[in-house]
Design a protein around this ligand. Structure first.
Ligand code: FES
Length: 165
């Protein structure tokens, strides 16, 4: 009888430890799986066109516009802020550039470097881009700033997904 009890306690301990171990392993694996599939989930997250600004507000000087998009990562839904630098060219075309530096992902500013007032400047490693978003040779970024898909409807500018160039 006592032998039987000892075995059953051991079994109980085994089940308990296996359960706790499994729970901890799942806790560690879940974020890894999430990060592995995150890039796959991103395109559907921000695919809609969102109203960003009235076309009348857009000048020849790049301005920063912000808007919110719903983002769904597997079971987690959140609102994410998006930002674009938007301006009108001399030919009256609208341009919307991503502010995310193509070097290591810092945020670029327009005209914040006194030496280069007509360029986008990344404060992290001194990256620079011309007004059309093309990376300046000799600075760290090796690719231009992405542009946004855009459309104009009833006087409003709508932006969609970012496009690499
Ligand atoms: S992150 Fe912009 S220059 Fe490095």
């Amino acid at each position: 009888m006592s032998e039987k009890q000892r075995v059953s306690r051991r079994q109980f301990l085994n089940y308990t430890l296996t359960g706790v171990g499994g729970f901890m392993a799942a806790g560690m694996l879940a974020p890894m799986v999430r990060f592995a599939i995150d890039p796959v989930l991103k395109p559907s997250a921000a695919g809609e066109f969102m109203s960003v600004a009235s076309v009348d507000e857009i000048t020849n000087e790049p301005q920063r516009f912000e808007w919110m998009v719903d983002q769904v990562d597997a079971w987690y839904e959140s609102e994410v802020q998006k930002t674009a630098w938007v301006y009108r060219t001399k030919e009256d075309e609208l341009v919307a550039l991503s502010p995310i530096c193509t070097h290591l992902g810092c945020t670029v500013d327009w005209g914040s470097n006194e030496e280069y007032p007509d360029q986008f400047y990344c404060p992290c490693h001194g990256g620079r881009y011309t007004k059309d978003g093309v990376n300046v040779p000799g600075t760290p970024p090796t690719a231009p700033l992405p542009t946004f898909e855009m459309k104009v409807e009833e006087g409003m500018l709508y932006l969609g997904l970012e496009k690499e160039r």
